[in-house]
Design a protein around this ligand. Structure first.
Ligand code: ATP
Ligand code: ADP
Ligand code: MG
Length: 137
């Protein structure tokens, strides 16, 4: 089955949205196969967002992601990468439809509550290959 890395960012945790977000994925029919609460180091945050290194917002993005606890999860199920992003909404919460996580709870692109893998390959490269196929452990 397909896997997706989904992470509740520090703003989502701080605002008390953990249970709501987990419930949305559960009710859709996806299966939670890994979960961990951690405060990302600056280095881990930079690695996570390496594709954005050099962009003007990169330093703020890295600082923000490492500013507090995040909930890192792996969810499993049919088309969970693509449909997970549909559930999350657009990068800019003001461009996200109501009914999506960002559309329902956010306003600022820099504080958009949640991250979702944008491809199966990205997930494999970022979170599996370097951990012997086991996320987080
Ligand atoms: P994520 O990767 O976190 O799931 P995303 O894929 O929707 O979000 P990306 O383009 O990967 O968006 O950007 C990563 C994050 O960087 C965004 O979630 C947003 O918080 C921040 N970001 C992206 N573009 C900008 C920007 N122009 N200004 C400020 N922050 C930005
Ligand atoms: P997504 O989170 O939808 O996969 P990206 O991977 O393109 O979007 O971006 C990762 C994160 O970088 C976004 O969630 C967002 O926090 C931030 N980001 C991306 N683009 C912008 C932007 N133009 N302005 C502010 N933040 C951005
Ligand atoms: Mg992204």
């Amino acid at each position: 089955e397909e896997l997706s890395f989904i992470m509740i960012k520090p703003d989502g945790v701080q605002r008390g949205l953990i249970s709501d977000i987990i419930a949305r994925f559960e009710r859709k029919g996806y299966k939670l196969v890994g979960i961990k609460v951690l405060v990302p180091t600056q280095a881990l945050a930079a690695k996570h967002y390496a594709e954005h290194d050099g962009k003007p917002f990169f330093p703020k993005l890295v600082n923000f992601l490492s500013s507090g606890p995040v909930v890192a999860m792996v969810w499993e199920g049919k088309s969970v990468v693509k449909y997970g992003r549909t559930m999350i909404g657009a990068t800019n919460p003001l461009a996200s439809s109501p009914g999506t996580i960002r559309g329902d709870y956010g306003i600022d692109t820099g504080r958009n509550i949640i991250h979702g893998s944008d491809s199966v390959e990205a997930l494999a490269a970022k979170h599996y290959a370097e951990h012997d196929g086991k996320p987080f452990f």
